[in-house]
Design a protein around this ligand. Structure first.
Ligand code: GLV
Length: 332
């Protein structure tokens, strides 16, 4: 490809890969970041782009309609729910992405949250630093052991499987619900496949590792929460809209849920006054479960390798919509 290739980035690149990725993309052509992620701005910016590297910005059908020259969307991550995949496919724009690139990071972060909830780490940290050593009493009454507790894993993709294995390693009884996994695949991770009803009723920790789809949107709502133990903890490192935030808040305040750990919100960044963000029994992190210095490099490597393959006329390995290769409106 010649020097006229134009590469749009939806948001500034993560610091840890900025130099490397910018250098790699600059070898192909001119690289620039969109000034903001509003639909209008992205629709205007994408008009000139041949390649679009998308982080968390929402790529709507309207943005894609304006992507007149676009050859490929590069999404260096696992969840692609922020991109209108159907619109891209209809427009003949392939989407390369990075499945499996951050499973260890996400699963480990999930366990960091589970452990922090079970062991009262945030409370103990503040108390000890503020000279409130007597918090030992409160912590002693509330802290729990994971060994022997039941972990409910929703979704048994690469992240869910890793979480199940970690749970088993902690001596937890692991239940899992999956649309796709077979019994033997689940058992290999130490999990027992169950229906959602059983998982909600029996789990001490319910953790979500499913993609955001029409089926999972609002999955953890009032009905699901009513089936859960009042002593249970809810953990979400998948996508915000899988839980109904109002229902979770009501369950917490109504004594029907012990606590929650959320890495993701339905709107990101959440309003600083978001009641879940401020809630004393909710632990949060800023959508960073999958992002570590190790995984972030891998996320970009996977997607950029496939972008290069596509540009060389070879079939990409990790492509979300292979149909788009045949309908591709751009001559490669
Ligand atoms: C992160 O949220 C990802 O989808 O990889």
């Amino acid at each position: 490809m010649g020097p006229l290739v134009k590469i749009l980035i939806s948001e500034p690149l993560p610091e840890v890969v900025r130099q490397d990725v910018t250098a790699r993309l600059s070898q192909l052509g001119e690289v620039w970041a969109s000034p903001d992620t509003s639909e209008e701005t992205l629709a205007a910016q994408v008009r000139e782009a041949d390649i679009f590297v998308v982080r968390l910005a929402k790529i709507t059908a309207k943005v894609i309609e304006n992507a007149r020259k676009l050859r490929v969307i590069v999404r260096p991550a696992v969840g692609v729910d922020n991109v209108d995949v159907a619109a891209a496919t209809t427009a003949g724009i392939p989407i390369v992405y990075s499945p499996g690139s951050n499973s260890d990071s996400t699963a480990e972060h999930t366990f960091a949250l589970i452990l922090a909830l079970a062991k009262g780490i945030p409370v103990g940290n503040s108390a000890a630093k503020e000279g409130r050593w007597a918090a030992r009493g409160e912590l002693t009454s509330q802290n729990r052991e994971l060994a022997g507790a039941t972990l409910g894993v929703i979704g048994l993709g690469p992240v869910g499987r890793r979480v199940a294995k970690l749970g088993a390693a902690f001596g937890m009884r692991v239940l899992a619900h999956s649309q796709a996994a077979q019994r033997d695949e689940a058992e290999e991770t130490g999990a027992q496949l169950t229906d959602l009803e059983t998982l909600f009723a029996q789990s001490d920790y319910v953790t979500i590792h499913a993609a955001l789809t029409d089926r999972t949107r609002g999955l953890i709502g009032a009905e699901a929460l009513a089936k859960m133990k009042p002593s249970a903890f809810l953990v979400n490192t998948a996508r915000g809209p899988i839980i109904d935030e109002t229902a979770v808040l009501e369950a917490l305040n109504g004594g029907r849920l012990a606590g929650a750990a959320l890495d993701v919100f339905s709107v990101e960044p959440p309003d600083p006054q978001h009641p879940l963000l401020l809630h004393p029994r909710v632990l949060v992190s800023p959508h960073v479960a999958g992002m570590s210095r190790d995984s972030t490099q891998r996320m970009y490597d996977f997607a950029l390798e496939d972008m290069d393959r596509f540009l060389r006329g070879e079939p990409p390995i990790r492509i979300l919509n292979p149909e788009a290769l045949t309908t591709s409106r751009v001559k490669r």
